[in-house]
Design a protein. Structure first.
Lengths: 287, 291
């Protein structure tokens, strides 16, 4: 699929057909074998871990009142989906979380991108704000949450801002280093050809920093989920964090695991989305 | 100073700019440049270098690493502004009304932008000139064809070989029709075979565009093959050691350019190479006298 898309995108003259079909077939088979190997191990290892968990429960090594066997969890989840109660709860709390995650993430990523670019491009901004950013960067963003409550009260706004701050640092720091440490010859080209500043920033600085910006956004995504769930533990009456926490307090272990599955789905889906964006945005870095 | 006539055949081609041959394109007056090491120690890269580059001349700067030849080129390219001394250009910056940049540079390392196609890479170098869109397209087509990349205009750099990427950089520099073309060891990163091919290409291209060229290299044979004049620089401090004209025929009786290998067969080639070797190897007397 990728080779097709590739061929359409570029005007490279088509590669000559393989002269020796046997050698070509051999190379194809070798690649296919490796793919099968990779996928089967990727499936087998998690399966083995689940089996181990099941066995530990069945043999009484683990107390199934607290950690039920995976078969029990799956069966109860299936029940909850069939009669609709679990599905409705997850949809309600998932939506509540998503409505905090999305604006917080976008706000933090955008602010981080702008600040990172400014710090990367202008020495004055870097010298002025660099020490502030470095000094506040190591503070766990969850620890800022009480301060946000003092400022903005308990509610969605404080959670959204906590998420945004967590994302901001990751994107800002990575964007800045993407600009500063991108290949210096790119900036030399801009100077040597007297390229106007606006075009230099748009066509040279920004694309040059993109791989690093995307890395920052990925890290920011991880942080945003941590901050979201942690703040919802204590500061919300809805959302996945609230749901997981109350499930634990009422010893509704199946609901707790369902919450974990939904959170990990958030992570998996958004990572997949970022992969798609990245392939479109920076095709040259994937080769 | 007499000016040799070995570019007679070339001059006939230069219908575009029939200016006087020996007019200076750029004059460098007592240029000095210091670098600071991490511990704050000064290291002299260039020490009181003066040099005049004449119009339509191909000047090779030869020297060991650390002799300041790349620094000299960066000063000419406008990449290094913190220096002492003067750089005087023959033409005042004309506001790019003539559709030319004063200088354009080909770098030693690959300097293509991986997110732009070959055509966009070449067009990017023209942005300062603010040409109409169709002129940009015409130049892109003209110069990609000149370097033999017409079939690859919409390819991305990662799809090209090292030699082809360097051709893109060369096309980008030529498309800006610079008054002074600067090349910083443009072939150093290529393998020996590609280098010979590219030397022949450069000879052919320079005949077509009749630009003034400053060409930095550490390769004696390449300097003699390509240049009208070779300057040898020495390191610590960076100074000009010798300044020699190359009196070797680059074209045959019919006016056709000779291949780099044919140029190397010229009896004058070996003699000049030996002279340049001697310039490079000679211990620095000036330094001892200074002390």
């Amino acid at each position: 699929m990728s080779t097709d898309a590739h061929a359409r995108r570029t005007a490279l003259p088509p590669a000559s057909a393989p002269d020796d079909d046997a050698v070509y077939q051999h190379a194809l088979r070798a690649r296919r074998r490796r793919t099968v190997y990779r996928i089967s191990l990727g499936v087998a290892v998690p399966l083995a871990l689940i089996l181990l968990w099941e066995a530990a429960g069945a043999l009484g090594v683990m107390d199934t009142r607290f950690i039920p066997r995976p078969s029990t969890v799956v069966a109860e989840m299936a029940d909850g989906f069939v009669n609709g109660t679990l599905a409705a709860e997850l949809a309600e709390h998932g939506a509540a979380s998503l409505l905090r995650l999305a604006p917080g993430f976008l706000l933090g990523a955008f602010a981080g991108l702008v600040m990172g670019l400014l710090m990367g491009v202008f020495d004055a901004v870097k010298f002025g704000f660099g020490p502030v950013i470095s000094a506040t960067f190591p503070i766990p963003k969850v620890a800022i949450y009480p301060l946000l409550i003092v400022l903005f009260g308990i509610g969605d706004l404080s959670i959204v801002l906590a998420v945004a701050i967590g994302v901001f640092y990751m994107v800002c720091v990575n964007t800045m280093s993407g600009v500063v440490y991108s290949n210096p010859v790119y900036r030399d080209v801009a100077t040597a050809f007297q390229i106007p500043k606006r075009i230099e920033y748009l066509k040279i600085v920004l694309p040059g920093a993109l791989p690093s910006i995307m890395a920052g956004i990925r890290l920011g995504l991880g942080v945003s989920l941590i901050v979201l769930v942690a703040t919802e533990f204590v500061g919300a009456q809805a959302g996945m964090g609230y749901y997981i926490w109350t499930s634990w307090q009422t010893l509704n272990i199946t609901a707790m695991f369902s919450g974990l599955v939904v959170i990990s789905l958030f992570g998996v889906l958004s990572t997949w989305l970022l992969d798609v964006i990245e392939v479109r945005l920076i095709p040259w870095s994937r080769l | 100073m007499t000016f040799p006539m070995e570019r007679e055949a070339v001059m006939i081609d230069m219908t575009e700019s029939p200016t006087t041959r020996s007019s200076p394109a750029v004059t460098i007056e007592s240029l000095s440049k210091l670098y600071l090491t991490k511990s704050g120690q000064p290291v002299s890269a260039l020490s009181d270098v003066s040099l005049t580059v004449e119009s339509a001349q191909t000047l090779a700067i030869l020297g060991p690493s650390g002799c300041g030849k790349s620094t000299l080129l960066r000063v000419l390219a406008g990449l290094d502004k913190a220096h002492r001394g003067h750089v005087r250009w023959a033409e005042a910056p004309a506001g790019h009304a003539d559709g030319r940049l004063r200088t354009a540079t080909v770098f030693q390392q690959d300097s293509t932008l991986p997110w732009l196609t070959v055509a966009d890479n070449v067009a990017l170098g023209l942005t300062r000139l603010r040409l109409p869109r169709k002129d940009v397209r015409a130049r892109v087509e003209e110069y990609t064809a000149l370097v033999g990349l017409d079939a690859f205009r919409s390819a991305y750099p990662h799809e090209l070989s090292g030699g082809m990427k360097q051709r893109v950089s060369i096309a980008r520099a030529l498309a800006a029709r610079p008054a002074l073309l600067l090349m910083d060891e443009p072939l150093a990163a290529l393998d020996a075979q590609t280098r010979i091919v590219m030397q022949a290409e450069l000879t052919r291209i320079w005949r077509t565009i009749s630009s003034t060229v400053v060409y930095v290299t550490h390769d004696i044979e390449e300097a003699i093959t390509l240049a009208d004049r070779v300057i040898v620089m020495t390191a610590r401090p960076g100074r000009i050691r010798s300044d020699r004209r190359v009196e070797i025929a680059r074209v045959d009786a019919a006016g056709e350019p000779l291949s780099p290998l044919q140029v190397r067969a010229d009896p004058g080639f070996g003699a000049l190479a030996l002279d340049l070797w001697a310039d490079l190897a000679e211990p620095d007397d000036t330094q001892r006298e200074d002390a």
